[in-house]
Write a protein that binds this ligand. Structure first.
Ligand code: PEP
Length: 265
């Protein structure tokens, strides 16, 4: 089993142009939920970079619950995202939904993101296994830890071992006050079972902006090697998921607290 610590005892460290992910390094991936416009993603990128982020997130292909909701700006979004990342000298991470888009997204992004809904899209995982590029693999909202590790194995089996695992909250019996439940315990468990970096997304775990910081700090205290955070300058006007977006100022505060937690542990 390639993802197992028995196979590879040392932490895997993934190096991109502007970031080092894994081991004792900590990485901030932040940006808007979706790429709204070239100007907007550039502005958001500037803000998150000032707070310490080296990876600019944003979706051009959005996996929406309703087919009538905004589905993302597609290739125009990818272009705008790439341009902002290049201007700011940041890495780009964006979600890929469909095997048919692998080569298109590959032309633009530095890091592929597989979302919670596609964690067991084995055709997609196999296609990404053929690429020589990092993949952020988000835990399925109803997936066990072994399901997640087996999904990672699909990518590794193809020869791509640049895998970053992400806990983003799972469905439990009480999802009234938060969108999902951040499975904090999954973080140390995953780190004991696998050598791949383990990072956390408290935006999707919380679903509500006021809980994004405390849940993110809990993930960091539990050993997460990075955080993914959604931000927006006008959350109420965000195209997607404004309720969970931090303002740039709130993100800066979170990033400062993360650094304090990391010094303390
Ligand atoms: C996202 O990060 O944009 C996203 C859709 O996340 P998830 O797959 O965790 O819902």
């Amino acid at each position: 089993i390639k993802s197992s610590r028995d196979f590879h005892p040392e932490d895997t460290i993934i190096k991109t142009k502007h970031s080092i992910i894994g081991g004792d390094h900590f990485v901030f991936m932040a940006g808007p939920d979706s790429i709204e416009s070239a100007e907007h993603v550039l502005e958001m990128g500037k803000d998150v970079q000032l707070a310490g982020a080296t990876i600019l997130r944003g979706g051009a292909f959005k996996p929406r619950t309703s087919p009538y909701s905004f589905q993302g700006n597609g290739e125009d979004g990818l272009k705008a995202h790439r341009q902002a990342a290049d201007t700011l000298q940041m890495d780009m991470v964006t979600e890929i939904l469909d095997t048919r888009d692998v080569d298109l997204v590959d032309q633009y992004t530095d890091i592929f993101q597989v979302g919670t809904r596609n964690m067991q899209n084995f055709a997609l995982l196999k296609a990404l296994g053929q690429k020589n590029k990092p993949v952020v693999l988000k835990r399925g909202m109803s997936a066990t830890i072994d399901d997640l590790l087996n999904a990672a194995e699909y990518i590794a089996a193809g020869g791509n071992d640049q895998i970053i695992l992400m806990e983003r909250g799972i469905r439990t019996f009480d999802n009234k006050y938060t969108r999902n439940t951040m499975d904090v315990s999954a973080i140390p468990v995953l780190k004991s079972l696998t050598h791949y970096p383990v990072i956390a997304d408290s935006s999707h775990a919380a679903g509500v902006s006021k809980f994004v910081e405390p849940i993110g700090l809990a993930a960091v205290a539990a050993g997460a090697q990075g955080l993914m955070t959604e931000i927006h300058d006008h959350p109420k006007e965000a195209f997607v998921d404004g309720a969970q977006a931090l303002t740039p100022e709130q993100f800066k505060q979170l990033a400062d607290k993360v650094r304090r937690v990391r010094t303390a542990i």
